[in-house]
Design a binder for this molecule. Sequence first.
Ligand SMILES: Cc1cc2nc3c(=O)[nH]c(=O)nc-3n(C[C@H](O)[C@H](O)[C@H](O)COP(=O)(O)OP(=O)(O)OC[C@H]3O[C@@H](n4cnc5c(N)ncnc54)[C@H](O)[C@@H]3O)c2cc1C
Length: 333
Amino acid sequence: MDAISYERAIDVAGAVRAAQQPGAVYIGGGTNLLDLMKGGVARPLRLIDITHIDGLDSVSALPDGGLRIGALVRNSDAANHARVREQYPLLSQALLAGASAQLRNMATVGGNLLQRTRCGYFYDTAFSHCNKRAPGSGCAALDGHNRMHAILGASPQCIAVNPSDMSVALAALDALVRVSGPGGERTIAFGEFHRLPGERPDVDTTLQPGELITAVDLPPPLFSAHSHYLKVRDRASYAFALVSVAAALQMDGERVQSARIALGGVAHKPWRANAAEQMLAGQPLTDATLKNAAAAALSGAQPRRENGFKVQLAQRAIVRAVKLAAGQSGGVA
Ligand SMILES: Cc1cc2nc3c(=O)[nH]c(=O)nc-3n(C[C@H](O)[C@H](O)[C@H](O)COP(=O)(O)OP(=O)(O)OC[C@H]3O[C@@H](n4cnc5c(N)ncnc54)[C@H](O)[C@@H]3O)c2cc1C
């Protein structure tokens, strides 16, 4: 049995200082970290409990009209906050599509951003080949069971996907992640926060060692009237996405003024469908335009043996999510 020390931080500076000790990790709700520890995937020496830090558990208005959600706000509180529901319904829907009520009551916004992949080979230490868990050991998923795995942006080192629903909505909303670390405070654009696997699949994000997420900032709400989060999964609840789509539109009558589309369940990070967004901007929302945009979003897909179905599924999910965001019925084109 490993000996683990526990420390309770009461402010950001203290937490950051404590995290500089060897083998230290932050713990929020613990709903992912403790599972990883129980399975022997994560072996920290020190847990720095951040849940008692003052000031990180609230939602507050920003001077530009946006919203700041503290890193310790529980997923259920974020999803049910009046301003989130009214002005960022996409985020509320994505949060409520994740996990279960009990888990959402524990899980924090910061922890949700850093939850690790659900690749079975990563979780099962009986498999020796996992570059994400043991760099340089190989990737058992490449030719193994890869039904849930990436079809976009993967590398020969890793085809795992990011499992967070909340992050897909935050990608579409162009959120900012605020962090504090040994080098001071900084802000990371959401698109730069999670990484593609490349040669270093063990590194999920661009956070520096010891950096603490303190908040997520949402820009002023542009999409509250026209957005939709669609999650396609094997079971109606308590299951990770096969494919998910966060669609956010600004509409001018029947014409799309601007579109934001992010995909979950298809890549190592929430995947912005930039080509599709550009093809929709300025166009009337017809079935043909939408179908072409969805095809463009998946044009670079590289499925593996068991997950070819995701290419078609993702296109259909884009069509449906965008139609529902626009207030049309979500029938598949
Ligand atoms: C059965 C089950 C089903 C689930 N289904 C879904 C689902 O469908 N969709 C979905 O999106 N999620 C799902 N989840 C995952 C769940 O959303 C995450 O476990 C949760 O969001 C993690 O938050 P936490 O606060 O508990 O993080 P923790 O477990 O406390 O931490 C996770 C990681 O983040 C780090 N960390 C935590 N807070 C900070 C911070 N502020 N700054 C820096 N580092 C930090 C920790 O060191 C750790 O590495 C599921 C989980 C379970 C167990």
